[in-house]
Design a protein around this ligand. Structure first.
Ligand SMILES: [Ca+2]
Ligand SMILES: [Ca+2]
Length: 147
């Protein structure tokens, strides 16, 4: 029986690339989390659930919005500002653009729970610690004779 030497093609990835991947993944997680929080906020304001915030919904959510961004002296002006394309309704993308511009901090939500000990950074670190071994370990080659 002849064993032909198969030339195994293994992806060579330098540690440097791995590191960049890790950093990018982290940024991705932060962005994803932020967008998720904005989406949750958007859903609360969009009471009709049609994926758009109309002026009535915006005005009804004024108190909530003021918790996030401070006093809205002229809600109509803010509404027009968020409705960037002037369509008369606010889409999630428009809401996101505005929220990012305002650096909306949704952690200001009413919660008297002062002792949630983990901040966002620490939570993400924990996620990364769990993910890291399988992503990073260069000695792991489980893909030998697959395919
Ligand atoms: Ca709506
Ligand atoms: Ca619009």
């Amino acid at each position: 029986m002849e064993k032909s030497k198969k030339s195994k093609k293994k992806k060579k990835v330098s540690m440097k690339d791995k590191y960049i991947e890790r950093v990018e993944f982290r940024i991705f997680l932060i962005a994803l989390r932020q967008r998720y929080e904005y989406f949750e906020a958007f859903k609360i304001i969009d009471t009709s659930g049609d994926g758009m915030i109309e002026i009535q919904e915006f005005l009804a959510a004024k108190d909530l919005l003021e918790k996030w961004v401070g006093l809205l002296e002229d809600p109509w002006a803010h509404y027009r500002e968020i409705d960037a394309d002037g369509s008369g309704s606010i889409t999630f993308d428009e809401f996101c653009d505005w929220a990012i511009k305002k650096n909306l901090d949704l952690d200001k939500e009413p919660s008297d729970d002062e002792n949630d000990s983990l901040n966002e950074e620490e939570e993400l670190d924990m996620i990364m610690e769990e993910e890291a071994p399988s992503i990073i370990d260069p000695n792991e080659h489980h893909y030998d004779d697959g395919l």
